[in-house]
Design a protein around this ligand. Structure first.
Ligand SMILES: Cc1cc2nc3c(=O)[nH]c(=O)nc-3n(C[C@H](O)[C@H](O)[C@H](O)COP(=O)(O)OP(=O)(O)OC[C@H]3O[C@@H](n4cnc5c(N)ncnc54)[C@H](O)[C@@H]3O)c2cc1C
Length: 713
């Protein structure tokens, strides 16, 4: 704790201690007030402003220090100043005092509490952010909840100070008025309990329920307004219609069919969506070829003389299509029909909350359905750079039609897709330049992981242009160039083909969302049940965000489908607590949970343990002795907060940690598990061993040493 905070706490302790040591609270009793009423009334008649100021100061200080006596002070306001002025003074003084107590608690303890319990408080923080004002209003309306406890506890949450102030002032007004009014007839009050009769208290408790009720009514009205003019069919053709047959849509439909619901899956383009046709599958097939080229080149070092004579790029790209064709049956119309899904190949449009229209050429039909799952995915984001439309640019959508290897390929964007494809094309024979606006590649990954990848890319011969902001595509001296801004200068970067890899944009337009009023930002706005603002319309996958991976799409699909079919009888909140992701460059970068950056941003305390994979027997034998595992744990405990691996097969190594984090298994248990020799997975055991050594119980070991000495005699 900082010196300033220590000084502040000492001051508060001294002040509160003095109040009790000198028994100052005796002046904040009903008896004292009654005894002094005449004198106070006289003082008010003689020096009203002085008494206003003094009263305000005493109230603010006692509320800020959480000294008992607020009730007597409020009654006193009525007794001395009358109802009007008394209410004004007591209302502002109590609210300002409450704010000071709130701010003190926030300054002293908020960061510490959030740092220590941040992860567990996530749900509470989200709730407070969303509905904090409603909860606070309820608490303030009912004078049963201790004033000072609310001040101190709310200071530890993330509610805004201004919201706290005005809600407190409004919420406390009624009870303050009751007490101030009672004070105007002080003589009739024999105890504080007299002020609030059972009936009055019950009325205030009921009033306290109003904000919560209001919240429910508001959300009910919002839903009704959303459904507005639409007429709900009396019966439905389907339980569920799923729009889009990518990873998210396929899993949603599969789950619905598995639980015997009547489900239609509508796809307008290719079954399997992005992952199968233009994403994970072709990119990994191409990376495999690139890796084979690397291995062949490296073989000479091992005494195997081989040369690569030609690289038949067109054939390689055909082989990628072969891979797609081999996997396609898993996602085919035939397979899903067999599973019990009605598959429609056509364009879907949501025409009402319960109706989806399918357009197949000239043919059109409308399906009525109780629920809808939107799984329309995303597409490459292509900003409107001047000159871009004239350069016949590539994206991950059309790249797979390429049959001529670009001599100079410029990859715009240093995210996972950009890095994977850039490295692959360099190994296939292009001269690749990666242009990235930020100071490093892979901005979502650990900084040192990105540095290791950058080093390998440079070793592979790629040119990395970091801190280069693309401005315009044009021609200079008969060749295509990208003009980029770098350190206040314009740099011209020549290329033959350009691949735009600047992220992916959710598919939200053209199928009825705007007409219906389904709320969206960059992705659809969803609650934790994956519901849109129409509670029977759900979404999952890239169109839903916040993560755009195939495995997250399938994970969400389970929640979307189950909730769509069983809500309100049973529903599940989507769980994003353990999300892994892998970038398949060489070396691979695999993550789960917090990185050092995200832990620091969220103020989470962590301990770092690393293991250097260049020491691992299997990695050495495989000529892949590079990389490291980094594990973040709760300080002094083996609970895993996050793992970042940079190595060959990092994605495979990660699986053990994903399981451990999901099932609450710590590093001690990983250390106590047999890992086959020699495997890459042994690295997981060794990093757990490093953690154990760093956390060895030194005192206990001292005693054990003495025990052994004693046994030796
Ligand atoms: C090059 C590349 C590499 C990738 N590599 C990986 C990886 O290694 N690992 C990973 O986890 N993720 C990877 N991804 C991301 C992954 O592909 C996506 O996260 C995943 O495919 C999303 O699935 P989805 O079902 O949400 O969307 P999609 O797969 O895009 O499916 C949406 C479907 O909806 C259809 N559709 C849209 N509108 C309508 C309509 N109105 N009517 C009917 N049908 C409609 C579309 O035609 C499409 O088939 C990669 C992506 C790219 C581009």
């Amino acid at each position: 704790m900082s010196y300033k905070k220590l000084l502040f706490i000492t001051l508060i302790i001294v002040l509160v201690g003095s109040v009790f040591a000198f028994d100052l609270t005796q002046y904040l009793t009903l008896e004292q007030l009654k005894q002094q009423q005449q004198a106070l009334n006289q003082l008010f008649a003689e020096r009203p402003l002085f008494l206003f100021g003094l009263y305000f100061l005493i109230y603010v200080i006692s509320a800020a220090l959480s000294i008992p006596g607020a009730t007597v002070l409020t009654i006193g306001a009525g007794a001395i100043f009358g109802l009007g002025w008394g209410l004004l003074l007591a209302s502002f003084a109590s609210s300002v005092g409450a704010l000071l107590a709130f701010l003190s608690a926030r300054w002293l303890l908020h960061d510490w509490v959030q740092k220590k319990f941040g992860n567990r408080l996530k749900a509470i923080n989200a709730g407070i952010e969303r509905d904090g004002a409603f909860y606070l209003l309820s608490l303030r309306l009912v004078p049963l909840f201790p004033f000072f406890v609310i001040n101190l506890v709310m200071g530890l949450t993330k509610i805004k100070a201004w919201t706290y102030y005005w809600v407190s002032q409004v919420g406390m007004l009624l009870a303050t008025a009751v007490y101030v009014n009672a004070g105007t007839q002080l003589a009739e009050i024999t105890s504080l309990g007299d002020v609030l009769s059972f009936d009055l208290l019950s009325a205030l408790v009921l009033l306290g329920l109003v904000p919560i009720l209001a919240k429910f009514i508001l959300s009910f009205l919002k839903r009704r307004r959303a459904y507005g003019s639409y007429t709900k069919p009396k019966s439905f053709d389907n339980n569920l219609v799923v729009i889009g047959a990518g990873s998210a849509g396929l899993v949603s439909a599969y789950i619905a069919a598995a639980v015997k619901a009547k489900v239609t899956l509508i796809e307008k383009h290719k079954m399997g969506g992005d992952c199968l046709n233009t994403g994970c599958v072709p990119s990994k097939a191409l990376l495999h070829v690139a890796k084979s080229i690397r291995q062949t080149r490296d073989a000479e070092r091992l005494g195997v003389k081989s040369t690569i004579e030609t690289i038949d790029f067109a054939k390689i790209m055909d082989s990628v299509q072969d891979v797609i064709a081999r996997i396609a049956p898993h996602d085919s119309v035939e397979r899903y029909t067999e599973l019990g899904v009605d598959v429609e190949c056509g364009d879907a449009t949501i025409v009402s909350p319960w109706e989806v229209q399918v357009q197949k050429g000239e043919e059109q039909k409308t399906i009525t359905t109780r629920s809808i799952v939107i799984a329309t995915g995303a597409r490459p984001m292509v900003p409107d750079f001047p000159g871009l439309s004239e350069v016949d640019y590539l994206t991950s959508d059309n790249l797979w039609q390429l049959r001529e290897l670009p001599r100079r390929l410029l990859v715009l964007g240093g995210g996972p897709i950009g890095c994977e494809l850039a490295q692959a094309f360099q190994l296939l024979g292009s001269q690749v330049t990666v242009v990235e606006m930020g100071p490093r590649l892979l901005s979502n990954d650990d900084t040192d992981a990105a540095a290791l990848v950058q080093k390998q890319l440079r070793d592979d011969g790629l040119e990395l242009r970091l801190n280069h902001k693309a401005i315009e595509f044009t021609e200079r001296d008969g060749e295509r160039v990208l003009l980029a801004e770098h350190e206040d200068e314009t740099v011209a970067l020549p290329f033959d083909r350009v691949l735009i890899a600047l992220g992916r944009q959710a598919n939200l337009e053209g199928f009825g969302l705007q007409e219906l009023g389904i709320e969206a930002g960059k992705t659809l706005k969803l609650n934790e049940l994956l519901q849109t603002n129409f509670p029977n319309i759900y979404a999952c996958g890239d169109v839903a965000g916040p993560y755009q991976f195939t495995h997250v799409a399938s994970h969400q699909a389970w929640y979307a489908a189950v909730n769509a079919l069983f809500d309100p009888y049973k529903n599940f909140r989507v769980d994003y607590s353990v999300i892994p992701w892998v970038t398949y460059t060489t070396p691979e970068v695999a993550n789960v949970g917090l990185t050092e950056q995200t832990a620091a941003e969220r103020g989470v305390d962590y301990e770092v343990t690393e293991y250097d994979i260049s020491d691992l027997d299997r990695a050495i034998a495989d000529q892949q002795a590079y990389g490291r595992i980094k594990v973040l744990t709760v300080p002094g405990k083996d609970k895993i907060l996050g793992v970042n691996i940079v190595s060959a097969q990092a994605g495979e190594l990660l699986a053990e940690y994903v399981l451990a984090m999901k099932q609450g298994i710590g590093l001690n248990k990983i250390l106590g598990t047999i890992h086959s020799y020699p495997t890459m997975a042994e690295a997981n055991k060794y990093v757990a061993g490093n953690w154990k050594r760093a956390n060895a119980p030194e005192k206990l070991l001292g005693w054990v040493q003495k025990f052994h000495r004693w046994r030796r005699g």
